[in-house]
Design a protein around this ligand. Structure first.
Ligand code: CO
Ligand code: CO
Ligand code: CO
Length: 306
């Protein structure tokens, strides 16, 4: 798969029955706890492999560390968090590279494998498909509140747990169902990633705002103005392709454009199997999974939020 139709990860066919998937992600800390930041960075890096339907196998650390200003013990904790998450995912950490930098950054490259016939792209939506989202939204707003020192301990814990949760379970479950397309929700927010899915399609999407799982604290913090700059960029860029009904509260609209870190999978599944997939996801511990909309025949805007 080339760069002209960028997907969650790069895919290279090695043989008729085997393709390699590669991805890389790194960022500055989103939580204060270094061990948990390492876990989150690893879960986030793995997510693009799961979104392609693949199985991750190996990973490598990427580290930028301010060695003169920061205790090296912090870096050890970050790397331990990443390593423990990779062990949980049954992925082998095979190496890495670090540089000195003014600002701390951590992430990983991940390599996975898949049968070339089973690759899940973003763009194979079919008419009538139901859309399932596997994690609640609002993480970008909450991490903004964390950086501002305004987030409660309780929501820091919830957001950290969500970000550190692997998309592995959701990816395993969906393999048994007629899934037509999949991606994961990260920096472009829900509406940005939905736009990518539907952009070149002859179809459109209808999204039911009241069905979207949202962390309630995200609405509180958005009401206090704690909306990250990325959400405004997303709205500027993707807004023209989206029509949002006047009944959708402005704070909910902020959340729909909110950039997520290590967000959930967005699954487009044949409508006849959607309820069963949703039930199976919940049965396997993906509690927050929700059906949020469907693929409709083309409309004036690519996406309608009602
Ligand atoms: Co992705
Ligand atoms: Co990525
Ligand atoms: Co090197």
């Amino acid at each position: 798969m080339g760069l002209d139709k960028a997907d969650d990860a790069g895919v290279y066919k090695l043989a008729d029955d085997l393709a390699m998937i590669q991805t890389v992600d790194f960022f500055t800390p989103v939580v204060d706890d270094p061990y948990k930041f390492g876990q989150i960075a690893a879960a986030n890096a793995l997510s693009d492999i799961y979104a392609m339907g693949g199985t991750p196998k190996t990973s490598m650390n990427l580290v930028a560390f301010p060695a003169n200003d920061m205790d090296i013990a912090i870096l050890r904790e970050i790397i331990q968090g990443g390593l423990d998450k990779m062990n949980e995912a049954e992925v082998v950490l095979v190496g890495g590279h670090s540089i000195e930098d003014k600002e701390l950054k951590y992430g990983l490259s991940v390599t996975g494998f898949i049968h070339p016939d089973h690759i899940l792209t973003k763009r194979d939506l079919r008419l009538g498909d139901q859309l399932i989202l596997t994690k609640p939204l609002g993480i970008g707003i909450i991490t903004t509140a964390i950086k501002g020192g305004l987030a409660s301990e309780e929501i820091i814990e919830t957001a950290t747990r969500l970000m550190a949760t692997l998309n592995r379970q959701a990816a395993e479950v969906m393999k048994a169902y007629p899934v037509h397309a999949c991606t994961d929700i990260t920096g472009f927010g829900l509406l940005g990633h939905l736009t990518e899915m539907v952009m070149d399609s002859k179809y459109g999407l209808q999204i039911h705002a009241h069905s979207i799982p949202i962390l309630p604290e995200a609405l509180d913090y958005a009401g206090m103005g704690l909306v990250p700059g990325g959400a405004f960029n997303n709205r500027d860029f993707f807004g023209p392709m989206v029509e949002i009904g006047s009944s959708v509260h402005p704070l909910i609209q902020d959340v729909l454009f909110d950039p997520q870190t290590s967000g959930g999978l967005l699954i487009s599944v044949d409508r006849r199997s959607a309820k069963n997939l949703l039930r199976a996801l919940k049965g396997k511990g993906v509690q927050e999974a929700s059906m949020i909309g469907e693929v409709i025949s083309g409309s004036k805007h690519k996406i309608e939020v009602v």
